[in-house]
Ligand binder design. Structure first.
Ligand SMILES: [Zn+2]
Length: 206
């Protein structure tokens, strides 16, 4: 599983790591949407919560994670789950003793995160994500794929980022201690390539 503050690069890492390891990625938001689309009993409950603006409870999210794990016996990469100690305890109980649980902690400073997220731009046309510092478009302010003018997401402002970071510190940061035994700490201030290199060296020694 991948652990780290918002903007530490979990999403990008999840994509490259899942390709490298040949495992499926579980992202809570995607799993919630899939459950709604499947119109399962769990999906109906999720739909009701989402429509009422309620937070989906830990038990429901755990049930989705359990179903995903059962459907992918070759292994799963959890991105942004578990988010709370309660979810973490649930995940531990799902992983049997002979299975390996690896926790990769992307340790990035608040400064790094803020500068990354405020320089992020998205294409409203095709969904491509750019970063004005690390991955700028070829032509200033315009999408390489489709030529649409890039925008800044409204939750990529410093104020929103600071709030999300505070929520992370309160709810998710305690997981670093909780998983102390399984933890592989990686410097999330490094570039994505360097991070991947480090993890591959640790998890797949040649
Ligand atoms: Zn585009």
């Amino acid at each position: 599983m991948l652990l780290g503050p918002p903007g530490s690069g979990k999403g990008t890492l999840a994509t490259s790591l899942s390709e490298h390891l040949g495992v499926a990625v579980f992202v809570t938001g995607d799993a919630l949407r899939a459950a709604i689309d499947a119109k399962s009993k769990l999906g109906e409950k999720v739909k009701a919560d989402v429509e009422a603006g309620r937070l989906v409870d830990d038990e429901t999210i755990l049930a989705l994670a359990q179903g995903f794990l059962a459907a992918h016996p070759e292994g799963v990469l959890f991105d942004g789950f578990p988010r709370t100690i309660r979810q973490a305890a649930g995940l531990r109980s799902l992983v049997s003793a002979e299975d390996d649980l690896h926790v990769i902690y992307l340790d990035a400073s608040e400064e790094t995160i803020t500068s990354r997220l405020t320089s992020r731009r998205v294409c409203p046309g095709c969904g491509e994500i750019y970063n004005m510092r690390f991955k700028p478009p070829k032509k200033d302010g315009v999408c390489d794929n489709c030529g649409t003018t890039l925008i800044r997401r409204k939750d990529d402002t410093e104020e929103v980022i600071r709030d999300r970071y505070q929520v992370y510190l309160r709810e998710t940061a305690p997981l670093v201690d909780y998983f102390a035994r399984e933890l592989l700490r990686v410097d999330g201030n490094l570039s994505g390539d360097k991070v991947l290199e480090r993890i591959r060296g640790e998890l797949c020694p040649a």
